[in-house]
Design a protein around this ligand. Structure first.
Ligand code: GDP
Ligand code: IMO
Ligand code: MG
Length: 434
């Protein structure tokens, strides 16, 4: 029995979806524990591409149970759309296969509107570049203790009352922002439809996970976003509104810290960021364009062009200790083929001083200079390679450098988007500590 947590070690889009899909083979249960449909997790299986925003990336395995934990913020329209889309492709998602925690907070239309209004009111570099999905405002209501939870879908009169109460405050804010106010009756009617359809899926997730652990089953916890987008540990305020670090699997699913056996950190072989905020190793030259083009770096949720840069080992090391990463999955290694030199940032410099951790002041982080270790590139196509030994020596040298700088063993190497384009060096479920 093992519980493995998968998290992003950078600014998201590291390839978590692909790795979760791959590891689901060894798990009984897959659980999402934070974030919402700001996430876009891409799976490519037998040439078919799937992008999941809310449904856990284990859903393609018919015999596995997928759970949406209490730490997630759930937009019911998006979830139902995902369920319907899967049904259209012949995959029936029934409450036997997918369950939602009663405690999961629900994204309401006023959260989305507020998200847009706040972003529109900001100018230039002050814009966070949110996904506009209402994520921040929904978490705000959770913390303000005024949020609507999945369990409220089971009590129509309470749901109505809570919507009316919320809109008193939200409509005052909408007047402040100069946008149209919302009608509680309309919101209620729309959400009662969702409630009717989703009610059979809503249950006590924590109890299911507890029982599964007692039964000796393997649990895979699927993180969204990445460590540098964490509300506490990320590049605040250019972050998302949840804790994205491994510890969030405990609070966001209801698993005690003593019951987590292994943390797998997903790390792209380079770095990308979508949205605003500092990015020390960002490339503004031709090499950045090549990586963007070869890596098809467009957001899976918003379609925005992702900013690209070299691998930042200072940031990666920060992620290793913030999450307690036991092993790394290096993804998109194939994208770097053809570059004459590949670089890894191993230090920052600011005002003549060297730094080995991320400055917490955004002014400083914006101003620091990354210092690089240059390594020889390789020309070989990696996408058909299936064993570590078959990787070109220069590629192995690059991987060894990452392993040494991160002081963490490599567990998985990914050389293409497909499930089969993967080198499993250590199975996290078998390498678990207990
Ligand atoms: P996630 O949010 O962390 O799940 O990552 P995304 O799905 O947003 O972005 C990762 C993108 O890279 C997706 O389009 C994947 O299909 C793709 N991908 C994942 N691993 C690899 C890889 O090793 N090589 C290549 N070329 N693409 C990959
Ligand atoms: P996955 O799970 C990359 C970014 C947004 C923005 C900031 C805040 O696919 O890796 P939000 O809508 O969360 O309030 O936006 O966070 N962001 C992501 N970037 N991958 C994601 O998820 C992200 N989810 C949010 O672009 O900069
Ligand atoms: Mg993504």
């Amino acid at each position: 029995m093992s519980t493995v947590v998968v998290i992003g070690s950078q600014w998201g889009d590291e390839g978590k979806g692909k790795i979760v899909d791959l590891l689901t083979e060894y798990a009984h249960i897959v659980v999402r524990f934070q974030g919402g449909n700001n996430a876009g997790h891409t799976l490519v299986v037998n040439g078919d591409k799937f992008i999941f925003h809310l449904i856990p990336s284990g859903i393609l395995y018919e015999d596995k149970l997928c759970l949406i934990g209490n730490g997630v913020v759930l937009d019911p329209a998006v979830l139902l759309e995902e369920i319907d889309k899967l049904a259209q492709s012949g995959r029936q998602i029934t409450p036997d296969r997918l369950k939602i925690s009663e405690m999961t907070h629900i994204i309401m239309p006023y959260h989305r509107l507020l998200d847009h209004a706040r972003e529109a009111a900001k100018s230039g570099t002050k814009k966070i570049g949110t996904t506009g999905r209402g994520i921040g405002p929904c978490y705000e209501d959770k913390m303000a203790r005024t949020g609507i939870r999945a369990v409220d879908f089971l009590n129509a009169s309470l749901l109505k009352e809570k919507i009316q109460e919320a809109l008193k405050e939200k409509n005052a804010l909408f007047k402040h922002f100069g946008v149209d106010i919302m009608n509680a009756g309309d919101v209620y009617s729309e959400y009662m439809n969702y409630a009717d359809r989703l009610a059979p899926y809503i249950t006590d997730i924590t109890a299911i996970l507890h029982q599964a652990q007692r039964n000796g089953e393997n649990i895979l916890c699927e993180g969204a976003q990445g460590t540098l987008l964490d509300i506490d540990h990320g590049t605040y305020p250019y972050v998302t509104s949840s804790n994205t670090v491994a510890g969030a699997a405990c609070t966001g699913a209801g698993i005690g810290p003593t019951r987590i056996d292994y943390v797998l950190g997903i790390c792209k072989a380079y770095t990308t960021r979508v949205g605003g905020g500092p990015f020390p190793t960002e490339l503004f030259d031709e090499v950045g364009d090549i990586i963007q083009k070869n890596g098809h770096e467009f957001g899976a949720t918003t379609g925005r062009r992702r900013r690209c840069g070299w691998l930042d080992a200072v940031a990666l090391k920060n992620s290793v200790y913030t999450n307690g990463i036991d092993g790394l999955a290096i993804t998109k290694l194939d994208v770097l083929s053809g570059l004459e030199t590949v670089k890894i940032c191993n230090e920052y410099q600011y005002n003549g001083q060297r730094y080995h951790s991320i400055p917490k002041s955004m002014e400083k982080l914006t101003a620091i200079q990354p210092l690089y270790k240059n390594l020889a590139g390789w020309t070989e196509d990696l996408t058909t390679i299936r064993s570590y030994e078959d990787l070109p020596p220069k590629t192995r040298q690059y991987l060894k450098e990452i392993e040494d700088l991160a002081e963490t063993p490599l567990a998985i190497i990914s050389v293409g988007p497909g499930r089969e384009q993967t080198l499993l060096l250590r199975n996290p479920f078998e390498s678990a500590k207990k």
